[in-house]
Design a protein around this ligand. Structure first.
Ligand SMILES: *Cc1c(COP(=O)(O)O)cnc(C)c1O
Ligand code: SF4
Length: 403
């Protein structure tokens, strides 16, 4: 990776992967290590390969065997280099190596937990909310996350999207003028070649009613060397384009990840983060707070904290709903507002996302509303006498705006 990005204040100087790389991939040259395609070619994809690098616990070994027909394994050398080989509860390890619990499908768990397939008018399109669509661009990832909600797709059952399916997806958006926001996901869109990515972004950019594009990717976390200057420049040409990434633990916010995120931001591509709350991995206010602070230091904005979906084989990672609320309560008021993500539950079966927050209202009245603040103290908010909230100028503004 070229050292072209000046580090933000306090950024660590040494690559986090250094010790792991020396121990696990001593033969890799610097050129290989900084080449994302080398990492793709050398990703660990089965038990025999994994056992060469990590002393597995019996639970993990059985987990790899028992989930082999359910969901694939894939761990980039970079992500593997961050694993704590001594601790099975290392968050990198928990996210990339299966345990036996993953092979058990519990009552209420769904193959399609968000009911996406019933709002899928084209292979590539999930159209659940009126004004925005999800564009499923491919089914491959740099690391296969053990908590993946879209494993029915990423397990590889679906063939890679053909050019024809991609064209049909774009046509669908062209025919639906209500769609103003396109979220490209998969799989991981940053595993596409720049040529392929541009074949998708350019036609979307040309559709007048598409106001913005978001790309959901775990590449800054699991394969940061993929974020080259050339990729960042490409993305900037299609502004407004937001990158939405997926850091779940501060251990993932390495110098390499920093460089990837700051490279995007420096090129004018904003980066947001969606984390998933996972039991015994990050289900603790201290960890979420450190994650948020680490992200803000590399100019990534915490966006959602997701309650774990009811995807098959994920129950062991799910937290009670109350845990997320408790964590949020320990953040709001106690730290930078920008560091407090929205706590979202994507309703099982396709209801869409709802957000939760601790209830700060103690009493609701016509004269006043009574609140408790973040310290638990009572405060009154006097209600105004006039309650007409219509905005008469708005019709004037709308006329002027549209000419
Ligand atoms: C989450 C999601 C979106 C985007 O939701 P935002 O709240 O706008 O970030 C769009 N489509 C689908 C199907 C989703 O699951
Ligand atoms: S990167 Fe995203 S789509 Fe891919 S396995 Fe992880 S959570 Fe699933």
């Amino acid at each position: 990776m070229s050292p072209s990005v000046p580090p933000s204040k306090g950024a660590p100087a040494h690559p986090a992967s250094e010790a792991g790389r020396r121990a696990l991939f001593p033969a890799a040259t610097d050129a290989e290590w900084s080449d994302w395609r080398w990492h793709q070619r050398h990703a660990v994809r089965n038990l025999a390969q994994l056992e060469k690098y990590v002393p597995l616990t019996p639970d993990e070994r059985a987990g790899v065997q028992e989930t082999s027909s359910l969901f694939r394994i894939g761990i980039s050398p970079y992500y593997l280099s961050l694993i704590d080989r001594d601790h099975p509860l290392c968050p990198i390890r928990m996210q990339s190596i299966p345990v036996r619990a993953e092979a058990r499908i519990r009552p209420g768990e769904l193959a399609d937990p968000l009911g996406e397939d019933k709002t899928r008018p084209e292979e590539a399109i999930v159209h659940k909310y009126p004004d925005r669509v999800l564009f499923l661009a491919l089914d491959t990832c740099s690391v296969y996350c053990r908590h993946c909600t879209r494993r029915r797709i990423t397990k590889g059952g679906e063939a890679e999207l053909s050019k024809e399916q991609m064209r049909r997806g774009i046509e669908y958006i062209r025919r639906h003028p209500e769609v103003r926001d396109v979220l490209i996901s998969g799989g991981d869109p940053f595993l596409l070649s720049e040529e392929r990515l541009e074949e998708l972004l350019a036609p979307l950019y040309d559709i007048p009613h598409v106001e913005m594009v978001r790309i959901g990717t775990r590449v800054p976390v699991c394969l940061p060397m993929r974020v080259t200057d050339s990729l960042a420049r490409l993305l900037r040409r299609y502004a407004p384009l937001y990158v939405v990434t997926h850091f779940n633990h501060p251990k993932e916010v390495t110098p390499e990840a920093r460089e990837a995120c700051e490279r995007l931001v420096d090129h004018g591509v904003p980066v947001e983060n969606q984390a998933v709350l996972m039991r015994r991995l990050n289900s603790d206010a201290r960890i979420i707070k450190e994650l948020s602070h680490s992200l803000l230091r590399i100019r990534v904005r915490p966006y959602y904290l997701h309650q774990m979906d009811v995807a098959e084989g994920c129950e062991h990672l799910r937290t009670p709903i109350s845990k997320g609320m408790e964590i949020l309560q320990q953040l709001r008021g106690h730290t930078t507002g920008l560091a407090v993500p929205h706590l979202a539950v994507d309703l099982p079966g396709g209801g869409g996302k709802v957000t939760l927050q601790p209830d700060y209202v103690l009493e609701r009245g016509e004269q006043k509303t009574v609140f408790r603040n973040y310290k638990g103290e009572r405060y009154d908010y006097p209600e105004p006498e006039e309650t007409d909230c219509s905005c008469p100028y708005d019709s004037v503004w709308q006329q002027k705006r549209w000419g």
